[in-house]
Ligand binder design. Structure first.
Ligand SMILES: NC(=O)c1ccc[n+]([C@@H]2O[C@H](COP(=O)([O-])OP(=O)(O)OC[C@H]3O[C@@H](n4cnc5c(N)ncnc54)[C@H](O)[C@@H]3O)[C@@H](O)[C@H]2O)c1
Ligand SMILES: O=C(O)[C@H](O)COP(=O)(O)O
Length: 467
C-alpha cells in the first residue's frame, strides 16, 4: 500500500506530466481516483530526473522504427503507438495532436501544416540521417526540438555504393536479369575492373569520406567536391569545382543533403560535362538528380549506367504498383534502359544501422523528455546540465524555451530568484533560446504558481518543470 508521502509524490508527478503539455490550464487538472490507484499500484521508487509519471508520455513511432527504440521507450514506461509505414496527412494530424513525442524516418513530412496541430509535442526523433522532411524552423519556433542520427547508417550507405560501382562496371544487373529469364549472355565488352578508375564524390561528409577510404583500398583514385574545405583521407584530392570533378571522374556519386542548392545538382549541363561512358550513383536524395535528364544522357550513350536509391516521390509504404507513372513520369523510360540499378531507398537499411539508430535517437529523446538535455538537437540550442537529484532540497528543473530577444532572462530570473538557483545554462540559436535552471527550496505548493508566472512571461514559447 502506498504511503501518504508516496501519494503526494505521485500527485506532483502527475502535475508535472501535465505541465509538459504546455497548457497553463492543464496544470489545475486533477487526476481521477482510478488513475491514481492504477499508478500507485505500479509505482516504483523515484529515480533522479524521472520526475513525472513517464507513463503519461505518449510517443508515436512511424515507418518501422527499430525494435531497440521501442524497448527503450517502453522501458521508460512511455505509451508507445507503433506503425510500420508512414501515415496519410489526415491520420497524422489526428494522431499528432495527442502525443508528446514522434519518431519518424525519411518519408513522413512534418510540415508546418502538420506541426501546427501538434499541441503537446515537445520532441521529434528522425531515426535516420536526413532531416529535410521536417520543417525545422517552424518546429524550433514552436518549441519542438528535433534529433537525428548523424552517422549510424553512413557505413551501410558507403558499402552499398561500393557494391553499385562494381555492379555497374560489370553490368551485373543486366546479366542477372538475363539469366533469370533464361538467357546466357557471356560478354566482356564495356565491362571494367574498378582498379585504377577515378571515383568522384560530391559531398565529402560522413558518407563521402567513409566511401573514399573503401574505394581507395580497392585501388580507385578518389577526387571529391564539397562546398566546404575538408581534409582528405588517404590520397583523395579535393577539387575546386563540380565541373572539374565531372570532367575527371569515371564514377560520380552524390552524398549531399537535400537543400535548395542541391536541387537538380546533376542535370543536362552536368551530364554533358561528364566523361563519355561514365556512371552516376545517387544515394542522397531524389531531388538532387534530374532523372529525365539522366534518361536522355543514357539514351545517347553519354552515361553508361546509373544506380538510384532515392527518388523525388517515394511511396509511403511497401507494395506493388506504388511507384507510379503519375508521380514519377520518367519511370517507364528509365526501367527500359540497360545497366540501371534501382533500389527502394535501402542505403541505410541494414540490421546494424537500424538498431544503432534506434538506440541513439531513442536515448536522445528520453534525455530530452526526462532531463531537458538538447545535446545533439539539429534545430535547437544545445543546453544540458548535470543530472539533478530531484529528491534533494525540494529541487525543480526549469526548462524554458523563448524567443531570442533582449530582456527575457532578466524577467525569468526575477521569477526564479524567489528560490535558490543552484545552476543554470542558457544558449540561443537563431530566433530561439533555451534556458535550463535547477532551483531548490521550492515548496510543492508553489510549483503551480512558478509554472504560471513563467507561462505568463512575454516571449515564452514553452515551459516545462521537472520535479
Ligand atoms: N540512401 C539512404 O538510405 C541514405 C542514408 C543516409 C543518408 N542519406 C542522404 O545522404 C546525405 C549525406 O549524408 P552524410 O551523412 O554524408 O551528410 P553530411 O552532412 O555528413 O555530409 C554532407 C556533405 O555535403 C556537403 N555539401 C552540402 N551542400 C553541398 C553542395 N551544394 N555541393 C557540394 N557539397 C555539398 C557538406 O558540406 C557536407 O560535407 C544525407 O543528407 C541524406 O539525405 C541517404
Ligand atoms: O536519411 C537517411 O538516413 C536515409 O535516407 C535513410 O532513410 P530511411 O531511414 O527512411 O531509410
Amino acid at each position: 500500500m502506498a504511503s501518504p508521502q508516496q501519494i503526494n509524490n505521485l500527485q506532483q508527478h502527475f502535475q508535472s506530466a501535465v505541465a509538459l503539455s504546455g497548457s497553463p490550464n492543464a496544470v489545475s487538472t486533477s487526476p481521477t481516483q482510478s488513475y491514481l490507484a492504477q499508478r500507485i499500484n505500479s509505482m516504483k521508487p523515484a529515480k533522479p530526473l524521472k520526475p513525472f509519471s513517464t507513463g503519461d508520455i505518449k510517443i508515436l513511432l512511424l515507418e518501422n522504427v527499430n525494435q531497440t527504440a521501442i524497448e527503450i521507450f517502453s522501458g521508460q514506461g512511455y505509451q508507445v503507438e507503433f506503425y510500420k509505414s508512414s501515415l496519410g496527412d489526415e491520420e497524422l494530424i489526428e494522431k499528432i495532436q495527442e502525443v508528446h513525442a514522434i519518431g519518424i524516418r525519411s518519408k513522413t513530412k512534418l510540415s508546418e501544416k502538420i506541426l501546427k496541430h501538434a499541441k503537446n509535442l515537445v520532441v521529434i526523433g528522425c531515426f535516420c540521417i536526413g532531416t529535410n522532411q521536417v520543417d525545422l524552423e517552424f518546429a524550433a519556433k514552436s518549441g519542438i526540438a528535433v534529433f537525428n542520427s548523424p552517422f549510424s547508417n553512413s557505413r551501410s550507405v558507403a558499402e552499398l555504393v561500393i557494391a553499385e560501382i562494381i555492379t555497374l562496371a560489370r553490368q551485373l544487373g543486366d546479366r542477372s536479369i538475363e539469366l533469370h529469364t533464361g538467357t546466357w549472355n557471356k560478354v566482356s565488352a564495356k565491362c571494367w575492373e574498378i582498379r585504377g578508375k577515378t571515383l568522384g564524390i560530391v559531398g565529402y561528409g560522413h558518407i563521402g569520406a567513409q566511401l573514399s577510404v573503401l574505394a581507395e583500398s580497392m585501388g580507385m583514385n578518389v577526387i571529391y567536391y564539397d562546398v566546404n574545405m575538408i581534409m582528405s583521407l588517404g590520397t583523395a584530392k579535393q577539387v575546386n569545382t563540380l565541373d572539374e570533378l565531372l570532367g575527371k571522374a569515371d564514377f560520380v556519386t552524390l552524398h549531399v543533403p537535400e537543400t535548395p542548392e542541391t536541387a537538380n545538382l546533376l542535370s543536362t549541363p552536368q551530364f554533358a560535362a561528364m566523361k563519355d561512358g561514365s556512371y552516376v550513383i545517387n544515394a542522397s536524395r531524389g531531388t538532387v538528380v534530374d532523372i529525365q535528364a539522366l534518361v536522355e544522357a543514357m539514351k545517347v550513350g553519354k552515361i553508361a549506367g546509373a544506380a538510384l536509391d532515392v527518388y523525388p516521390n517515394e511511396p509511403a509504404k511497401n507494395g506493388a504498383g506504388l511507384f507510379s507513372n503519375e508521380l514519377n513520369p520518367w519511370i517507364s523510360e528509365l526501367t527500359s534502359l540497360r545497366n540501371v540499378i534501382l533500389t527502394p531507398h535501402i542505403g541505410g537499411s541494414t540490421e546494424e544501422a537500424q538498431s544503432a539508430i534506434g538506440i541513439e535517437v531513442a536515448s536522445a529523446l528520453v534525455k530530452y523528455v526526462n532531463e531537458g538535455s538538447s545535446s545533439g538537437a539539429v534545430n535547437f540550442p544545445e543546453v544540458s546540465l548535470r543530472a539533478l537529484d530531484l529528491d534533494q532540497n525540494n529541487s525543480v528543473r526549469v526548462l524554458y524555451v523563448h524567443q531570442n530577444v533582449p530582456g527575457v532572462l532578466k524577467t525569468v530570473n526575477n521569477v526564479l530568484g524567489n528560490h535558490n538557483i543552484e545552476k543554470q545554462f542558457s544558449d540561443s540559436r537563431g530566433d530561439i533560446a533555451y534556458l535550463m535552471a535547477d532551483i531548490s527550496q521550492v515548496d510543492s505548493a508553489d510549483i503551480k504558481s512558478l509554472y504560471e508566472q513563467l507561462e505568463n512571461t512575454p516571449y515564452k514559447i514553452v515551459t516545462r518543470l521537472l520535479y
